[in-house]
Ligand binder design. Sequence first.
Ligand code: AGP
Length: 608
Amino acid sequence: MCGIVGYTGQKDCVEFILKGLTRLEYRGYDSAGIAVMEKGRIGVRKAKGRLKNLKNLVEDNPLKGRTGIGHTRWATHGEPSDINAHPHVDVNHQIAIVHNGIIENSYVLRRGLEQKGIRFISETDTEVVVQLFAYYYKDDMLNTLYRVLPMLEGSFALGVIDQHRPDTIYCTRKGSPLIVGESKEGNLIASDIPAILEYSRDIYFLEEMEIAVVEPAAIRFYDEMGNFIKKESSHIDWDMEAAEKDGYAHFMLKEIYQQPKVLADTLNHYVDLEKMAIRREMMPFSPSEAQALDKLTLIGCGTAYHAGLMGQSLVSRLARLQSECDMASEFRYKDPIIEKNEAFVVISQSGETADTIAALRLAKASGSKVAALCNVIGSTIAREAHQLLYTVAGPEIAVASTKAYSAQVLVLMILALDLAHLRGRLSDEELKAGLAELAALPQKAEALLEQKEHIQYFASRQFNCKKIFFIGRLLDFYLAMEAALKQKEISYIHSEAYSAGELKHGPLALIEEGTLVMAMTTQHHVMDKMASNIQEARVRGGTVVAVGSSPTPELRAVAEVWELPPVDDRFAPLLAIIPMQLFAYYMALQRGCDIDKPRNLAKSVTVE
Ligand code: AGP
């Protein structure tokens, strides 16, 4: 998705901006550009493709100045090209802007400006905004922003430079994140924290429609009505090392390997392991709230949705509380029935997914309590929810989510145990026993990672396959969905997740000699059923791998087994996902795919 960086200070801005854009590369993009105030005039360089193309361009044709803005673009309006790349400038070359988000009424606005004689050179919605700024500009950019912003429908994070005030960056946001960072070397703006973390740890999070006027030695904030406001900065203490590869070939592999620590850190955050007791202050529901609940709805997109499915199943099963999981992209359009005593958990690694933000706002508007299960403190979702359920996963860089998923599922397991206990479905002893099982997971995950060679070898024999089925029942079906998504995202192999009992109702027709079937078999009370489903696939030529702990002889007879350490069925999917992540990784590696930045995908989907 698009990324923004800007700098104004006493130093050359180009280095700051290009470094910041490099830190944003993981988000996925198709072109990049930079605009610099050079001796009172705006210089622009833009290049389609990877950032190195822009860097080469700037090397051949340098820019020099102390104030500038940069952008990585992920095309929405207009194909990826040099012309459509940001920054965009107005016809008089006096204002340049970078923009994240989508201006939904850009067509109408563009027609209006064209009728006034303004000629456009790109196909983008962003150019409409800069031309509006120029058209309505009187004597001050701040006033111009107040004039133009109400005309814009949709979402935006904007960084603006203006020849009339050559050392100032103006920025604002609606629906897309934007932060301002303070540093001794100058001040910065960015769409994401990692972009400027090297220079600034004191970050201001802009709220909807706030405007920041950023100068080398001062930052002023204004609200939507034009009132000057005082804002507090947040200190970010992430370790910079956490945003590096640390010797791993890819961020994804590093993040898979971080999972034992992430599980341990997240567990410690919620559970006092000495007393084997849940830290009450971390949980979203008090005992009386938990007892009064009639329904818990979980909402997310992609991997976060899959974590939610796991969560809703555990909450229903353990706490006997009605629970559903919705896709955030559907929730607001389905006219949901929201119960009086219904609460929500919205799940998002980034905290900036547009559909999930919209679902959160709808749930809040219904008067329900909304907790956010989120990995980025200070993100929109983390700030807007009534309570933050923080996943202690550290920055996740690879587009394919791994460690954030594990942390999300773990927190949902703790939440399910807590609700079950508070609603009288689990005794004190049973709760302690459940928590002790969870406490053993990090070590078991560590042991699993040591078995990566056989997965690597298996991938070296299978990487040319055309399709893969991932099957399972109950929790294992949700696990299969996540395993299939990982495979699709990074190896581009057509992967279908199917509920194992449904195979014979249609998809069995697709099984032929050599079709790869990955069977999730962690749920012992349906293991015999799984063995029958596997047999159905096998006799039609399928090659079947079963993933689970303590396999029965029947299962061993029909499939190659990837065995997990012994583990409680309720929590087993948290271990079983690890070999599936490694499998996707090694398949993608064999196929020469761009693992950390898969085609067509972005790390955080900030547009609908
Ligand atoms: C995960 O591998 C995907 N890249 C994607 O499905 C992701 O989980 C989804 O876009 C939601 O993102 P979020 O957790 O940041 O809201």
